[in-house]
Write a protein that binds this ligand. Structure first.
Ligand SMILES: [Zn+2]
Length: 384
């Protein structure tokens, strides 16, 4: 059997090779020219976060849809907080609450009805029911809705398998989205949710449930090995997550007094009950701090890693050590940049917008920030 399969694959390989030679001879192309043609393709990655504030498509997502529509080499990713305020809701399908939340999600997928590239969605804190009780059920429900809805409402090449990671698990899930890029999807809210009354997806090995600590260790070993694949194969690794590693936006405010009260005094009972949910999404909160430290430590072992996120409702770009950090959370909301805590190459907090990264010729990558309106590009930089 093995022999048959071996000779079959050899035959396919020979047929493919003959095809390329015939094609080249017929069109009078040398192998170098054929290579050049494949090199000329630009693969675009559209990054847009926090786009689900309305029951109609927000203007920035509408621009992304228009710009990517005829490009089968494009990948679009929604970077979380896909439906405000509490994700796609579960319950009586005729209730206004459920209907509106499904509509907010549905219009975003439907905007890509003729798109034949790849379309992905990752969860944010609002998709986990705004960090309230029932967040795990909420994020599972949203995934089921997104994957099912995408089957009939988009021509994306991955329709039916759009939202990752699933089951309230942290990931990492890697997709080879084009010859130059491995995209690694993670659910950062998994670290911020795991509290009393706030269950999270449980990893299993051979049917045995892992503790959060064990699952956390497993995650970072896996992330490290995926980044290593990028390094050894000479491809870009693009991590996409909802929560930023670096931000100068609203979510880097420290709220020191209140944070200390709910974390280190008897008032932490309020933290256990989830009353401190407004803080959990800020980078100084202990769970976030810990996750961020581990992400940084893992990413810092490599160079030319891109980490893209949403969460803060603006556009920011950081080039720190040899890696690149992009915040693109200005899909449907806007919020001010606060003091410059981290050295930022570019930031914009006046407009709705999105980011595009163009990949070509192997290691070449260009970052663009676009805002809604006629003079749409506001920033352009080579990632090198
Ligand atoms: Zn968020």
């Amino acid at each position: 059997m093995k022999k048959i399969l071996g000779s079959l694959s050899l035959t396919f390989a020979s047929v493919r090779l003959c095809g390329i030679i015939v094609f080249s001879l017929y069109f009078g192309l040398s192998s170098a020219q054929v290579k050049t043609i494949s090199k000329q393709i630009t693969y675009r990655l559209f990054l847009i976060g926090d786009a689900g504030n309305d029951t109609t498509v927000c203007s920035s997502l509408s621009e992304v849809a228009k710009s990517s529509e005829k490009d089968p080499n494009a990948t679009v990713i929604l970077l979380g907080d896909n439906v405000y305020p509490k994700g796609v809701e579960k319950g009586n399908p005729n209730s206004e609450r459920v209907r509106i939340s499904e509509k907010k999600m549905g219009v975003q997928i439907d905007a890509f009805h003729d798109f034949t590239g790849q379309f992905y969605v990752i969860p944010g804190n609002h998709d986990w029911k705004k960090s309230r009780w029932g967040g795990l059920k909420g994020v599972k429900n949203e995934r089921a809705f997104v994957d099912t809805f995408s089957i009939t409402h988009t021509q994306a090449s991955n329709k039916g398998a759009v939202m990752f990671p699933g089951d309230g698990l942290p990931g990492p899930v890697m997709k080879n989205i084009n010859p130059y890029v491995n995209m690694i999807m993670i659910d950062t809210d998994w670290w911020l949710q795991g509290r009393f009354f706030h269950p999270i997806g449980r990893e299993r090995i051979n049917g045995r449930k892992l503790s959060k600590h064990q699952a956390d260790e497993k995650f970072f070993v896996a992330l490290d090995s995926l980044l290593n694949i990028g390094k050894t194969t000479g491809k870009w690794s693009v991590i996409v997550a909802h929560h930023p590693v670096y931000t100068n936006g609203r979510h880097q405010q420290s709220y020191t007094v209140w944070r200390n009260l709910v974390n280190y005094t008897p008032m932490q009972i309020f933290g256990l009950l989830g009353v401190n949910r407004l803080l959990t999404s800020n980078i100084y909160q202990p769970c976030y701090k810990e996750m961020r430290k581990k992400l940084k430590k893992t990413i810092d072992k490599y160079d030319h890693v891109i980490y893209a996120s949403g969460h803060d409702h603006n556009l920011q770009y950081f080039h720190i050590d040899s890696n690149f950090y992009v915040v693109s959370g200005a899909g449907s909301k806007g919020s001010q940049i606060k003091k410059e805590k981290f050295k930022c190459e570019c930031s914009c907090d006046h407009h709705k917008g999105y980011a595009i990264i163009e990949f070509k010729n192997g290691k070449e990558a260009d970052l663009h920030f676009n805002i809604v309106g006629p003079s749409s590009e506001i920033f352009h930089s080579k990632l090198e």
